[in-house]
Design a protein around this ligand. Structure first.
Ligand SMILES: Cc1cc2nc3c(=O)[nH]c(=O)nc-3n(C[C@H](O)[C@H](O)[C@H](O)COP(=O)(O)OP(=O)(O)OC[C@H]3O[C@@H](n4cnc5c(N)ncnc54)[C@H](O)[C@@H]3O)c2cc1C
Length: 285
């Protein structure tokens, strides 16, 4: 199929984008890497009157240190994140997760901001953002607004962004020496969207983890925190018994939605397998 006809515009400034969003509301869509939008246009799942190409806006590009955070611009591609020295040093979770996103051609075009704003519950970046406790920076007619990752994902493909706002960047806390990061997922073939996946961050304290954040993908309409499992593990010396208890707690805590080929029970089992594999690497059990 081909996309329905639309008007195309390529603004040079964020203020122009906001004016266009205000003028056209739901009749407009932003075009970033196009790796999701072009498919939905071509399948006529989306028929906007206006496509606003934001790729010419320089201020949305680049990865840099900003105070005590790592700032990733909306237009930074998945590949740029994968090979960034700053990301490797300050947000190694993203480096670990990047190769799981689709294939090279898609990673070369798809953007950080597009993935976070689209909020696919099986996508890697929203889950990593949640595990890191990052902040989304949105810009709209009233200026900039900061939204905590815990409050950003509101439903299936839905976020706290207002119709006249765009995501301009995200800020992530900088990794410290005593921090631990884990990323793991299960997919039928490399490059497929994952069946289930997990991103976790914590501070190591001897044989224990503190401030643990476990974010899950592929289980619900949004990426999810495993809050009961986090609380169970908080500050306790990790050994084989605690790992087994945590796996049981996680399987009890989640209520997975099925997909076309996997039942809730399969997903419940698989997410436990991921935790079982990941936790012993966090400290030396
Ligand atoms: C075959 C295939 C396999 C894929 N596999 C995976 C996978 O395994 N894991 C994964 O995570 N992703 C996967 N993707 C999706 C890919 O990562 C996309 O790049 C990403 O989801 C969207 O980013 P984009 O820059 O291409 O956004 P676009 O397609 O340009 O836009 C997507 C949506 O986000 C909105 N948008 C874009 N930028 C902004 C912004 N700055 N502010 C507000 N709204 C914005 C657009 O209006 C649109 O609604 C796959 C895609 C394909 C085609």
């Amino acid at each position: 199929m081909k996309a329905a006809s639309f008007d195309y515009i390529k603004p040079k400034a964020i203020s122009q984008v906001i004016d266009l969003l205000q003028a056209h509301g739901d009749d407009a869509r932003l075009l970033a890497g196009g790796q999701t939008l072009m498919a939905t246009l071509n399948m006529r799942l989306s028929e906007p009157q206006w496509v606003i190409d934001i790729t010419g806006i320089e201020s949305l590009k680049g990865i840099r240190l900003h105070g005590d955070a790592l700032r990733i611009g909306a237009l930074v591609t998945h590949t740029e994140i994968e090979f960034s020295e700053l990301v490797a040093q300050h947000a190694p979770l993203l480096k670990a997760a990047a190769p799981h996103i689709a294939h090279r051609a898609i990673r070369n075009s798809g953007t950080w901001g597009g993935s976070i704003a689209y909020a696919d519950p099986a996508a890697e970046w929203p889950t990593c953002l949640l595990a890191l406790g990052g902040t989304v920076i949105a810009q709209g007619p009233q200026g900039e607004r900061r939204i905590a990752s815990d409050d950003f994902f509101t439903g299936l493909y839905s976020t706290a962004l207002q119709p006249d706002e765009l995501l301009i960047a995200c800020e992530l806390p900088l990794a410290q020496k005593d921090h631990w990061f884990g990323f793991s997922e299960l997919a039928r073939r490399h490059g497929d969207y994952a069946i289930v996946g997990m991103a976790a961050t914590a501070r190591r304290e001897g044989a224990a983890l503190r401030g643990l954040r476990i974010a899950l993908l592929g289980l619900d309409a949004t990426p999810l925190r495993a809050r009961k499992t986090e609380a169970l593990l908080e500050g306790r010396a990790l050994d084989a018994n605690l790992v087994a208890d945590a796996v049981a707690c996680l399987r009890e805590e989640v209520d997975p939605l099925p997909d076309l080929t996997n039942t809730p029970d399969t997903k419940r089992h698989l997410i436990g397998v991921l935790l079982q594999r990941m936790l012993p690497h966090s400290v030396n059990v």
